[in-house]
Write a new protein. Structure first.
Length: 120
């Protein structure tokens, strides 16, 4: 599944992300620039140290979370592969602003499964 990025009016300084065509209203996930981007490389075998980057593990955070705990994968063939790396270069590390209302774990996990079905 390919990545989709969104700008939300209520969150002007954040980038919403989903792997389906839309995001869930009041259940959006954002790129989490408070955590590092992880790169998976290929040098005959998949590893984290040598070779060219062929996959990214991208931290995301639910709008109702104070601390993110989810990661999604973005493969080299995705349209936003280079942009994601540029975003991290420009914005990491940035502190997250605490949500006005924290959502429950079950709601967050369910919304993650809906928006990122191939990362469950």
């Amino acid at each position: 599944m390919s990545l989709h990025l969104f700008e939300l009016d209520n969150y002007p300084n954040r980038i919403a992300v989903s792997k389906v065509d839309s995001y869930i209203e009041n259940g959006a996930f954002f790129l989490d620039f408070s955590r590092p981007l992880e790169r998976y490389r290929w040098f005959g075998v998949k590893n984290r140290w040598f070779g060219f980057t062929n996959c990214l593990a991208v931290p995301v955070i639910h709008q109702g979370q104070q601390y993110g705990e989810f990661m999604i994968t973005v493969n080299r063939g995705d349209l936003y592969f280079k942009e994601i790396q540029a975003f991290w270069k420009a914005h990491y590390p940035t502190k997250n602003t605490p949500p006005a209302i924290e959502d429950g774990a079950q709601k967050i996990v369910t919304e993650f499964a809906v928006q990122f079905p191939d990362n469950c």
